[in-house]
Design a protein around this ligand. Sequence first.
Ligand SMILES: Nc1ncnc2c1ncn2[C@@H]1O[C@H](COP(=O)(O)OP(=O)(O)OP(=O)(O)O)[C@@H](O)[C@H]1O
Ligand SMILES: [Mg+2]
Length: 422
Amino acid sequence: MSNVVASLDIGSSKVCATIAEINKNQFNVLGVGTSECKGVKKGIIVDIDSTVQAIKSAVKQAEHMSNREIKSVYTNICGGYSTVYKNRGVIAVSREDKEITSEDVERVIDAAKVIAIPADKQIVDIIPEQFIVDGYDGIRDPVGMVGVRLEVEANLIVASCTTVQNIIRSVQKSDLQVDGIIIEPMGTSTIVLNEDEKELGVALIDVGAETTDISIFKKGCLNYTKVIPVGGNNITNDISIVCKISSQDAEKIKRQYGVANSNLIKNDEILKIPDLAGKGQKELHLLDIAKIMDARISEMLYLIKEQLEASGEYEKLSAGIVITGGGLFSIKGMLENCQNYFDIPIRFGYPNYIGVANPVYSASSGIALYALKQKRYSTVLNKSSKSYNDYDDDTYEEKKEENTKSRPDFIEKVKEFFADFF
Ligand SMILES: Nc1ncnc2c1ncn2[C@@H]1O[C@H](COP(=O)(O)OP(=O)(O)OP(=O)(O)O)[C@@H](O)[C@H]1O
Ligand SMILES: [Mg+2]
């Protein structure tokens, strides 16, 4: 029961809940639920009540599928809305025999948190990159080593207090606790990228409904994040506006007949779609729809390339680009289109696991896998077992202690982190 995690991807088009476990080194998805969400605009929660409704519905589906009850979740914050600050912490090793302990590691990580950030920002997460013992760098796990001076280089994930508080509020109003807020590309990359790509240098592009998250990983670490406010919904809106049809019809046409490049339409066909006034039918040429999509997709690829070039890393991305998210992934001819546009290797990535093998699940399943790899667990109960609320106070305290005990201490998380990233 304890090595199970629950995650929530609060996206601009949908909330996705995932319940997952690692069993015998195998990542298993136990339950997934998705619910359309109208409370998020361009990756930011703008309507808590609608978001709460979507969270509750997605969680209910995931609980039903897994026959488990979720009490707490890990959730995401859009990479581009967070800033990554690199900072260094330094301490003197405390023990007389100079053996480095887990307490030293905790202290040095706390020291790395001391940084001046604007009053309207808060630290969401801290990701150690490497430890340095007496000047020797590249150390993954310093515990047990002998040294006088312990340093850590860490990435501090900092985000706007309002954004973070709205995430927490929405989760809590859905009767759930927040186990942690994970910067989205850290989660997505865990499930979509392989270690070699992250080591060599790769750009992860998550094209969602209203946002495109651009993240660059190098030497195993997240180096750069940026969000651009475009996504798959822009394509739908263009079709809807230009053809004067409802956005539901535009979405259906995009999914069924959409192509990435108008040259792919060899035989033009005519579709009959109800007009907006509901008085008659409009005749739409597939070629015209393809041209509308072509124009928007070209603009999106241009903006992505522009950001990659602005990062100064584009030429150095030895492992190229990996595209995920639902916005471009499933459009016919898209991969070839991207391969022609970018002059570096490019592939599409999605979670290759039963139940979530679709790019729209990259963030939610990625957050779950990321948390599990760090041995961070959620409170997820078998439905048949008593929930915490059912226990009397004494049993509750015992249960709480048991649950806390089963959580590995901070050093275990740090160890796991480095095992994964080096
Ligand atoms: N089969 C498909 N063909 C074309 N587009 C699709 C398809 N399935 C989903 N999409 C598009 O993918 C987008 C949703 O993707 P995703 O679920 O990754 O977004 P999100 O995470 O909710 O949003 P964001 O990341 O921007 O906050 C929508 O624009 C939708 O139209
Ligand atoms: Mg998304």
